[in-house]
Design a protein around this ligand. Structure first.
Ligand SMILES: [Fe+2]
Length: 238
């Protein structure tokens, strides 16, 4: 037996077998995910393997199925256009179930300085991931973003990001609503996040978009007023 995961505040006795308790499953799954951040090799595949291991550890437990049932049956509210059902929230790691509702979307936003990964548990979701153009000079709130990933994820599908790499992303349900397990290492603190809204200006090339970077969190009314989307790259057009 050995003690694990003191850096997350989740401490347990680890065994070589599958974790036997919910607390151990959380601790060991979180440890595997955090280890991926500092492991050499393809950081994206490591993070995605990490979130899948976290899922495998948790899904057998009634505690997880209870949270999943609540998430799957939840409704959007005026202050929360998407659902968030936390499983772990420490300074080192934030993990939980994200719900993107039917016809819903989460506009482009960043995760400054963080590593993260998502695994689709139910539904289908479209994810677009961008990076700031390395040589673009910010002009006020205007930024140039380069499209890095644009794909549809079905159940079991994964996506990930790292600091400065695919770190700005947006999600939209394909059918009917999507529930994702998401894990973020060294998550941002409140007030550090920004949102990015495409503007109708000609981008520098076809794989880029120009956006306004704002710190205002979008409301349900704001998203409803801006409903309807065009093809890429105006997918998250304001
Ligand atoms: Fe995100």
């Amino acid at each position: 037996m050995r003690k694990i995961l003191t850096q997350t505040g989740l401490v347990g006795d680890a065994c070589s077998e599958q974790p036997r308790t919910w607390g151990l499953a959380l601790a060991e799954g979180a440890a595997v995910f955090l280890a991926a951040v500092n492991t050499a090799g393809d950081v994206f595949s490591k993070l995605e393997q990490g979130v899948c291991t976290l899922y495998d550890h948790l899904a057998r437990f009634g505690e997880f199925q209870d949270v999943l049932a609540v998430a799957a049956g939840s409704q959007p509210s005026a202050v929360q256009p998407w659902g968030w059902h936390p499983l772990v929230e420490t300074e080192a790691l934030r993990a939980g179930l994200l719900v993107v509702y039917r016809f819903g979307r989460i506009p482009l936003h960043d995760h400054p300085g963080a590593h993260g990964a998502q695994r689709v548990i139910a539904g289908r979701v479209r994810i677009q991931q961008f990076e700031e153009q390395p040589r673009s000079k910010p002009s006020g709130s205007l930024r140039s973003l380069k499209l890095a990933v644009d794909r549809e994820l079905a159940e079991g599908g994964t996506a990930s990001f790292a600091p400065g790499k695919r770190n700005i992303h947006g999600l939209e349900t394909v059918w009917p609503r999507a529930v994702l397990l998401t894990a973020t290492a060294l998550p941002h603190r409140e007030g550090e996040r920004a949102w990015y809204y495409p503007v109708p200006l000609r981008p520098p090339d076809r794989s880029s978009i120009l956006v306004n970077r704002v710190c205002r969190r979008p409301s349900v009314d704001h998203l409803k007023a801006k409903r309807g989307w065009d093809s890429t790259p105006a997918f998250f057009k304001e």
